[in-house]
Design a protein around this ligand. Structure first.
Ligand code: AMP
Length: 143
């Protein structure tokens, strides 16, 4: 069986996410695979009537993006992932991870088993959605 060639780490920068990054990095090294990093800046929260709960200003969005870029750059430097393989996308987390995995040709996506969206659950909603929708293998690192 052929090993993995392109490992995609979906990073949320939560306190316990270092282990997820280490696991992705370790697997990429073992398989001599490319490691890519993705962080998704979620769309602004909206109420059912499509009213924005927080009025978006260009500044808020720019700050969120700049912050995400900065944290991804730090993670990339720590894990030895060059700029060309770091991506920040805006949108719905699950959808963006699946789309990016398709676009970059990842054959393994690594995520944490849960964090913000599902502390009480064995599998959080992101890991669960990826198991159903990802175009490739998914590793949910137990947190
Ligand atoms: P959650 O669905 O919030 O329980 O998160 C589970 C895992 O999904 C995290 O450990 C991350 O690997 C990934 N994840 C969650 N939110 C994001 C995000 N905004 N960008 C990239 N990956 C994420």
């Amino acid at each position: 069986m052929e090993g993995y060639q392109h490992v995609l780490l979906a990073a949320d920068f939560q306190d316990d996410s270092a282990r997820v990054g280490e696991r992705a990095h370790d697997l990429a090294q073992r398989y001599e695979a490319q490691l890519s990093l993705l962080h998704v800046v979620e769309n602004m929260p909206v109420e059912p009537g499509n009213e924005l709960m927080i009025p978006p200003t260009a500044n808020v969005e720019q700050e969120m993006l700049a912050n995400a870029e900065r944290r991804l750059r730090q993670l990339g430097e720590r894990l030895g992932v060059p700029d060309a393989h770091r991506e920040v996308r805006v949108g719905q987390t699950k959808r963006e991870i699946i789309e990016h995995a398709q676009e970059c040709g990842a054959d393994l996506v690594v995520v944490g088993s849960h964090s913000r969206h599902g502390l009480a659950l064995l599998l959080g909603s992101t890991a669960n959605a990826l198991l159903h929708g990802a175009p490739c293998d998914v590793l949910a690192v137990r947190l």
